[in-house]
Design a protein around this ligand. Structure first.
Ligand code: ATP
Length: 438
């Protein structure tokens, strides 16, 4: 997707900020605009900046109801000062599938050479520079853009922009004096600032040097659909699978155990490759697999396939709240449908995508992308609930919001960084969704 980024202190966010997104999206055919409240803007050191959680809350309110807009809190989650070059690099690493354009006003274009590593910003994102205010000299902006591109490389485009003489400074001043600000910022933002007493003379603001740089945990993009993995997430089948295999094997070696953990959450074809790679080409894979399948069939027929605690409750609650629900599993359809049916979970799903339905299995994004398509929901609006490493990689690569509920293996550092959050079990995931969702 083509993503536009609007970064700012947003103290408070105002109509100019939102309009930057509207105009850039139209002029440059962007799919989404992400608004990034700054953690601790180094160029505002020494000035008072409102607490991060208030600036974040106001940003969310300003964007409420705009389907193309998202709040991205990566700068708030980063410790210490905010540098745009680091933000751009982090976004590129997290979302290699997206193309980024950084949108800002003429005042920032003027200062760009004094920012940290402009060449790193321009290596990771195109810059779209908007005119600012009624005195904008677009010829001067074009000259500045050309000079910056000569010096730092990359692409800078000057963007015609309505002359809006609004700034956060003006909003703060007007609010401090008790004047009407309805022409400057969305009503919900003004109401929040008023209620929190943010811009009163005696407002409880923090010095910028102490501005909290930690995430509040509630800056999750809005989601309207939830996509669940099955094995290890809704059904307690991973452990059953490993036990069955070890029983069929007769003796358990560390190599076998490692190989079995490595095939959790991957398709049958990929499992076969992994087993041969790890245990040798003459390993009796087919024989073992048949024995394991037979054991699963018997367990299912006995109605004993274990369902994870809280599985039915979370699905029922989300379904009632009007979320679109899908299942995205690497396992084949012939197994998935009867297993969901036996567990009483099938009726909750609007779509069920299985191993054979997509070109590549997890960790490739295909299965999750198919699920989003079947739901008619953009992947960025889907929360993906997953237990395994491969599942989180897959959901993340699809551009979904991955929520990890680990089963057999705890997340390593890489996976923990990709997950929006980690919940110990499904009831905790349900609470998490109630806190961050609709
Ligand atoms: P302050 O008055 O506190 O300096 P600000 O209004 O400039 O704040 P920031 O959050 O610092 O707001 O700005 C974020 C981005 O929005 C910057 O790139 C800035 O150039 C741009 N911007 C803000 N207001 C306008 C406007 N009226 N027209 C065009 N761009 C704007």
């Amino acid at each position: 997707m083509k993503i536009g980024l609007v970064g700012g202190t947003f103290d408070p966010i105002h109509r100019g900020h939102v309009l930057l997104g509207v105009v850039a999206r139209q002029q440059f055919d962007l799919d989404e605009i992400w608004f990034l409240p700054a953690g601790q803007p180094y160029f505002k050191e020494g000035k008072k900046v409102s607490p991060a959680q208030d600036r974040l809350a106001m940003t969310k309110r300003a964007l409420d109801g705009l389907a193309w807009a998202r709040v991205c809190d990566i700068e708030l989650r980063r410790e210490g000062r905010t540098y745009t070059c680091e933000t751009v690099e982090e976004l590129r690493a997290r979302y290699p599938q997206h193309e980024f354009s950084f949108i800002f006003g003429a005042d920032c274009l003027d200062q760009l050479d004094s920012w940290r590593s402009p060449e790193r910003i321009l290596a990771g994102a195109r810059i779209l520079a908007a005119g600012r205010g009624s005195g904008t000299d677009y010829d001067a902006m074009e000259r500045k853009a050309a000079a910056l591109m000569m010096r730092f490389g990359g692409q800078i485009r000057v963007m015609p922009f309505p002359a809006l003489d609004v700034s956060s400074t003006l909003v703060r001043e007007r609010m401090r004096e008790g004047l009407d600000v309805s022409d400057l910022l969305p009503e919900a933002v003004a109401a929040y600032a008023e209620r929190q007493g943010l811009y009163r003379e005696e407002a409880p603001q923090e010095p910028a040097a102490d501005a909290p740089a930690t995430g509040t945990g509630d800056a999750i993009p809005p989601f309207t659909a939830v996509v669940f993995d099955m094995d290890g997430t809704l059904l307690d089948t991973e452990k059953l699978f490993i036990d069955a295999w070890e029983e069929a094997e007769g003796c358990v070696t560390p190599e076998l155990e490692e190989a079995l953990y490595a095939i959790i959450g991957v398709t049958r074809e990929r499992s076969e490759e992994i087993i041969y790679e790890r245990l040798g080409a003459d390993y009796p894979y087919e024989e073992r697999r048949i024995a394991v399948d037979e054991m699963f069939r018997r367990t299912r027929e006995n109605g004993a396939l274990p369902v994870k605690a809280g599985a039915a409750e979370i699905l029922r609650t989300l379904w009632r709240k009007g979320y679109r629900l899908a299942l995205a599993s690497s396992t084949e359809r012939e197994l998935v449908i009867p297993e969901l049916e036996a567990a009483g979970l099938l009726p909750y799903f609007d779509a069920v995508i299985c191993g054979g339905d997509a070109a590549r299995g997890k960790p490739a994004p295909d299965i999750f992308l198919k699920a989003a398509e079947a739901l008619g929901t953009a992947p960025g609006r889907c929360l993906a609930v997953e237990d395994s490493r491969n599942g989180i990689l897959s959901a993340h690569a699809a551009g979904m919001i991955p929520l990890m509920v680990p089963d057999l293996l705890p997340p390593d550092e890489e996976i923990a960084a990709l997950a929006a959050d980690i919940c110990p079990d499904l009831p905790a995931a349900q609470t998490w969704i109630a806190l961050h969702g609709k």
